[in-house]
Design a protein around this ligand. Structure first.
Ligand code: ZN
Ligand code: ZN
Length: 195
């Protein structure tokens, strides 16, 4: 007798399983920044096999196949490949430049339809929560806060359409709604990317 539903145990032996803490991108598994290393790929930087890997985005002249979370967190990948995970010019202004360096050099980035902006509030960069569907926003029970943030958003004001249309466009994946939260006043901020 055999059980076809029995999951085949993975034979990959990982050198590393844990994800270090990223102040500005706290849940990189949920946002999709790190994916499970199902093929047992080696990190392009340290050559070790970690349970979760990072593929993109990154800015570097070198082609990198994948990175482990540690080599992003400790700045080794940035030093070795002169790479950035977020465009310096696409971070909102903060007075302390080392904050922008932490996000660009030592924090996993995120992918969107257009240029990925990293938003700021209270003179600090915000935590990236994710590019979220409206269902996910409802699940998190933050609709009210997100609607408040959308109303203040320059892109939304420029489009000049009712908010219901924007929500439909997010559901239809025509627009991307990238959500950030201030680490200090806890307000949500959004970046609306048109496809
Ligand atoms: Zn590594
Ligand atoms: Zn704030």
């Amino acid at each position: 007798m055999f059980n076809i539903f029995k999951k085949k145990p993975s034979n990959i032996k990982y050198d590393k399983e844990n994800i270090p803490n990223f102040k500005y991108h706290k849940d990189p598994l949920n946002t999709g920044a790190f994916i499970e290393n199902k093929d047992g790929k080696k990190c392009s930087c340290c050559n070790m096999i970690s349970k979760y890997i990072y593929l993109e985005p990154y800015y570097s002249k070198k082609r990198i196949s994948c990175l482990c979370p540690d080599c992003i967190s400790n700045g080794e990948a940035h030093r070795k490949f002169n790479m950035e995970f977020q465009d310096f010019e696409s971070c909102e202004t903060v007075s302390d430049k080392s904050i922008i360096e932490e996000v660009c050099y030592r924090t996993p980035g995120y992918c969107s339809w257009q240029q990925e902006n990293w938003l700021s509030c209270c003179d600090d960069l915000c935590e990236f929560i994710g590019c979220l569907s409206w269902d996910k926003i409802k699940e998190l029970k933050i609709e009210k806060e997100i609607i408040e943030a959308i109303i203040k958003n320059e892109t939304f004001i420029a489009i000049g359409r009712p908010i219901e249309e924007l929500i439909d466009a997010i559901n239809d994946e025509i627009h991307d709604l990238c959500v950030f939260q201030c680490l200090h006043c806890k307000k949500y901020k959004v970046d609306i990317n048109l496809s």
